[in-house]
Write a protein that binds this ligand. Structure first.
Ligand code: GLU
Length: 464
C-alpha cells in the first residue's frame, strides 16, 4: 500500500513551502487510496516548541489535510533509535569514533588549507583498540567507500552520487542523542513509508539515508524532492516577502481551498486550468509533472484565487467566517445585519474576508469621519434637497427591502426632476462615509431604516 508522510520540524509556524509539500504528500496518498502519516520531528529540543507543534496541527486542520496515522513524535521514539544503533554496532555497520573536537577542528583546517572539502577522514573506522581515555565517543555510520548511490527521484529523475563524496555520518552524539538523518531513516522504515515527498533542501541527505537503509537490509522508499518556493526577488521565500505562515493567511481572510489551489498550481499545471476543486486535485495531480525549477510566489495570484473562491463559497459558511472576522476587528456582529446577508452582498467585491469585514464595518458601527475627498465632492448644499427628500420618502417606507428602497429613490428623482446621479452619490457618502459598497438599494437595506435615517441626518448636519 502507498504510504506517504509529512514530517515537519516544529521550530516555527507551518509556512507555505511546508504546506505545499504536505499537500503533495497528502494528494499522492489519497489519490491512490494510500495512507498519510504526520510525524513531528522534534528531536532538536532547543529549537522545537509546543507552540509551534500546535500551530502546525491547526494549520493542517484548517487546510483539511487529514492524516491516517500520527502525529508521531520523534522524542517518543528514542528507545527505538538506540536499539537500531546497537544493532548497527553489533553488525559492524557503525563504529565508535573517539576524535575530540580539537582533532576534528585541526583536520578541517588542514583540509581547508589544501582547498579540499572538509570531511571526516575515517580515522576510527577500523580502530580495534580500547576505549580512549577521557573521550566519550560518538557513533558513526560506516558509509560504503566505493560505488554510488542512485536516486530515481519521482520529480527530478535520476540523480547519482558517488560514495566518495560522503563521509561517515555521526548517527549518535556523545550525549547519546541520535542524529536527524538517522532518526528519519528509522521512522520511514518503521512507519512503512513508500514515498518520501519533501523539500529539495533535503536532497543532500537522501544518499546518506539510502545508505543507512541499505545497511539495515531494508529497501529504501522512493523519493520526490519538491522544488523550493522563491519570493518575487528570486530569493528563497521568507518572512521578508510578507505572510508566509499558513495561519497568517487564515487570519488575513483567505479560504483554505484558495491557498491549497494556489500551492498546487505553483509549479504544476493542467493545461491552462486555474481552479481545481478538491476532487479535481485528487483526480488530476501527478507528482511526475511537478516542475523541476523553483517556483515564484505571487501574492496577487493568490489574492485573485481567493476572490474566485469567495464568489462561489457556500453562503452560510461565508457568513460564519465573516462573523469571526468581525470579532477580530472589534465589530460586534450582533449590532447590525446578519453577516450572511452581508457576505452575499459583498462576495463579488471582496478579495479577502478581512477586507469584506473592514469594508462593511459601517453597517455595524458609525464611521468616525467621512472620506474627505468624497465628502467635499458629494456633501454640498446642492445635496440638501435630495437628501431631505430621500429621508422623507424613507420614513414612509413600510417594507425595508432593496426593491422598495430603489422605488423610493426613483420617486424622489422624478419629483425633484434630478438625474439619479445627483441623488445616489450623496446618499452613498451619507450612509457609508465613502467606503465602496454594493448597490445602494442593497446597502441601505442592509443598514436598516433607523441607521439610514440617522446617517442622512448626520450628513445634512455636516453640510450645514
Ligand atoms: N523535518 C524536516 C523539515 O521540516 C523534513 C524531513 C523530511 O521530510 O524527511 O524540513
Amino acid at each position: 500500500m502507498i504510504k506517504t508522510r509529512f514530517a515537519p520540524s516544529p521550530t516555527g509556524y507551518l509556512h507555505v513551502g511546508g504546506a505545499r509539500t504536505a499537500l503533495f504528500s497528502w494528494l499522492y496518498a489519497r489519490q491512490q487510496a494510500g495512507s498519510f502519516v504526520l510525524r513531528i520531528e522534534d528531536t532538536d529540543l532547543e529549537r522545537s516548541s509546543q507552540a509551534s507543534i500546535t500551530a502546525i496541527l491547526q494549520a493542517m486542520d484548517w487546510l483539511g489535510l487529514d492524516y491516517d496515522e500520527g502525529p508521531y513524535y520523534q522524542t517518543q521514539r528514542m528507545e527505538r533509535y538506540r536499539e537500531v544503533i546497537e544493532r548497527l554496532l553489533a553488525e559492524g555497520k557503525a563504529y565508535r569514533c573517539y576524535c575530540t573536537r580539537e582533532e576534528l577542528d585541526t583536520l578541517r583546517a588542514e583540509q581547508q588549507a589544501r582547498k579540499q572539502k572538509p570531511r571526516y577522514d575515517g580515522r576510527y573506522r577500523d580502530y580495534q583498540g580500547p576505549p580512549r581515555e577521557g573521550v566519550t565517543p560518538v557513533i558513526r555510520f560506516r558509509n560504503p567507500l566505493d560505488g554510488e548511490v542512485v536516486i530515481d527521484d519521482l520529480i527530478r529523475g535520476r540523480i547519482t552520487i558517488s560514495n566518495r563524496e560522503l563521509d561517515d555520518l555521526v548517527i549518535m552524539r556523545a550525549d547519546g542523542s541520535p542524529t536527524y538523518n538517522f532518526c528519519v531513516v528509522v521512522d520511514d522504515w518503521d512507519m512503512g513509508i513508500t514515498q518520501v515527498i519533501r523539500g529539495d533542501d533535503h536532497i543532500n541527505n537522501t544518499p546518506r539515508q539510502i545508505n543507512i537503509f541499505q545497511a539495515l537490509g531494508v529497501t529504501p522508499p522512493q523519493y520526490a524532492h519538491v522544488p523550493m518556493i522563491l519570493g518575487s526577488d528570486g530569493s528563497r521565500l521568507s518572512k521578508r516577502h510578507g505572510a508566509v505562515s499558513v495561519l497568517q493567511y487564515r487570519d488575513a481572510g483567505y479560504l483554505p481551498e484558495a491557498l491549497l489551489n494556489y500551492l498546487l498550481r505553483l509549479g504544476w499545471a493542467h493545461g491552462d486550468q486555474e481552479l481545481f476543486s478538491r476532487e479535481q486535485m485528487l483526480e488530476l495531480f501527478s507528482l511526475t509533472s511537478v516542475n523541476h525549477a523553483a517556483a515564484s510566489f505571487d501574492p496577487d495570484k493568490l489574492l485573485w484565487l481567493n476572490q474566485q473562491y469567495i464568489k462561489q463559497a457556500d453562503a452560510a459558511r461565508l457568513g460564519a467566517l465573516l462573523h469571526e472576522h468581525y470579532m477580530h476587528i472589534g465589530v460586534n456582529p450582533n449590532d447590525g445585519p446578519e453577516p450572511q446577508a452581508v457576505a452575499e452582498a459583498y462576495r463579488e467585491r471582496a478579495r479577502t474576508l478581512r477586507e469584506m469585514a473592514e469594508n462593511s464595518r459601517f453597517l455595524y458601527q458609525d464611521f468616525e469621519h467621512y472620506d474627505p475627498a468624497m465628502a467635499s465632492k458629494q456633501l454640498k448644499p446642492a445635496a440638501v434637497e435630495p437628501l431631505s427628500a430621500l429621508r422623507q420618502q424613507f420614513v414612509d417606507l413600510e417594507t425595508w427591502q432593496p426593491a422598495a428602497i430603489h422605488a423610493a429613490m426613483e420617486a424622489v428623482a422624478e419629483r425633484l426632476q434630478l438625474k439619479f446621479g445627483k441623488i445616489g452619490p450623496p446618499l452613498r457618502v451619507a450612509v457609508t462615509g465613502g467606503a465602496g459598497s454594493p448597490s445602494l438599494d442593497v446597502t441601505v437595506a442592509l443598514l436598516g431604516k433607523p441607521r439610514t435615517l440617522q446617517r442622512i441626518d448626520r450628513a445634512l448636519a455636516t453640510i450645514e
